[in-house]
Design a protein around this ligand. Structure first.
Ligand SMILES: Nc1ncnc2c1ncn2[C@@H]1O[C@H](COP(=O)(O)OP(=O)(O)O)[C@@H](O)[C@H]1O
Ligand SMILES: [Mg+2]
Length: 327
């Protein structure tokens, strides 16, 4: 039995501002993000629905082009949607890194072209994720909305993104420390009274450290942030969120609960219902048992498999009535 529904959870957490949905591909994360954003907007909050997923699906879900810039969603005055141009972000990050590296090479009097370093620094998947993370926290720090719902990439799991903020902080601390040591050594050895050279890298590192620290503060505050995990009553999606929830708890990232999606209505099964449907219903029933065992007290909603895909705002409204049902 559900003891705290999604609706009750929202009532109990009135300051909730950053909402995320995680889970295996295809379980309904994008639909849930759209549904939650629409519900928040309809309950009077200025809401941003943002996708940092390189494969976007908000435009088709909303039936409106929201790529590249925050766009008001037609018919919902409080709702803005935004598919971030990941290609653009990555290019910007690359340029930023190119500048830093060029500066450093000049500083250290190394005559190698920066490009080779830039390629090796940016040719890995973590770089892309890190750029997406920057995008996300930029939006959060701009603080233009009362509620943010993020549609995150299924593979770029959010735990790594947040884990990264700890790693970043450690790394930046180390860098700052060794640069301070180097600077004081330089002072000690310097006979000239020449004014100290300004160190642009230091400024950058301090700024990065502060941003990471602030992001972590927001993302680990359970009155502000919640990650909800979406699953189907099937073995693999359950295994995926079990693992995620374990990781998140380890990192003190607030877990809002579990949403079970696409449960087939048992009452629709009749004598003449084809066997494959009957079998599927029986299978789902078994997996529901696992869900109750594994996520007792954390299940926030159980949503039915609808007749069609969820592909417009009318269907999202219908989903919102189900996801945030008041009883
Ligand atoms: N309760 C549901 N009933 C019917 N179709 C659904 C339901 N939830 C999601 N869908 C459909 O399932 C597909 C996958 O959903 P999506 O939100 O894109 O998953 P994800 O973002 O996790 O990959 C979409 O076509 C969506 O419209
Ligand atoms: Mg999706």
């Amino acid at each position: 039995m559900i003891d705290t529904s999604m609706y009750q959870y929202m009532i109990q957490n009135p300051k909730l501002k950053y909402i995320f949905f995680g889970g295996k591909g295809g379980v309904g994360k994008t639909v849930m993000a759209g549904t939650a954003a629409l519900w928040a907007a309809q309950s009077g909050k200025k809401t941003l629905l943002a996708s940092t997923n390189p494969v976007h699906s908000l435009s088709s879900l909303l039936g409106q082009d929201v790529f590249g810039k925050p766009t008001m969603v037609k018919g919902f005055p409080n709702l803005t949607a935004y598919e971030i141009d990941t290609h653009d972000t990555i290019e910007k990050s690359k340029n930023e890194i190119r500048e830093k590296i060029a500066w450093f090479l000049k500083f250290a009097d190394i005559k190698t072209k920066a490009d080779e370093f830039v390629e090796s620094a940016t040719m890995n998947p973590a770089f892309e994720e890190s750029a997406m993370f920057e995008n996300m926290i930029d939006l959060m720090f701009d603080d233009e909305y009362e509620v943010y719902v993020f549609d995150t990439a299924p593979t770029a799991n959010a735990r790594r993104l947040l884990g990264m903020s700890s790693v970043y902080e450690m790394w930046v601390n180390k860098m700052v420390q060794s640069r301070e040591e180097a600077a004081s050594l330089k002072d000690l050895l310097s006979y000239s009274k020449k004014k100290k050279e300004k160190d642009p890298l230091m400024g950058y590192l301090l700024n990065l450290r502060e941003r990471m620290h602030n992001a972590k503060e927001l993302l680990t505050d359970d009155s502000l942030t919640s990650f909800f995990f979406v699953t189907l009553p099937e073995a693999l999606p359950i295994a995926v969120i079990t693992r995620f929830i374990g990781w998140f708890k380890e990192f003190n990232i607030p877990v809002g609960g579990v949403i079970v999606n696409m449960l087939i209505d048992k009452d629709s099964v009749k004598q003449d219902t084809p066997d494959f449907v009957k079998n599927r219903v029986a299978m789902q029933e078994e997996h529901m048992q696992t869900i109750w065992n594994e996520f007792d007290g954390q299940v926030r909603a159980i949503l039915p498999l609808l007749e069609t895909e969820v592909c417009d705002t009318a269907m999202l409204k219908r989903m919102a009535d189900l996801l945030f049902a008041e009883n």
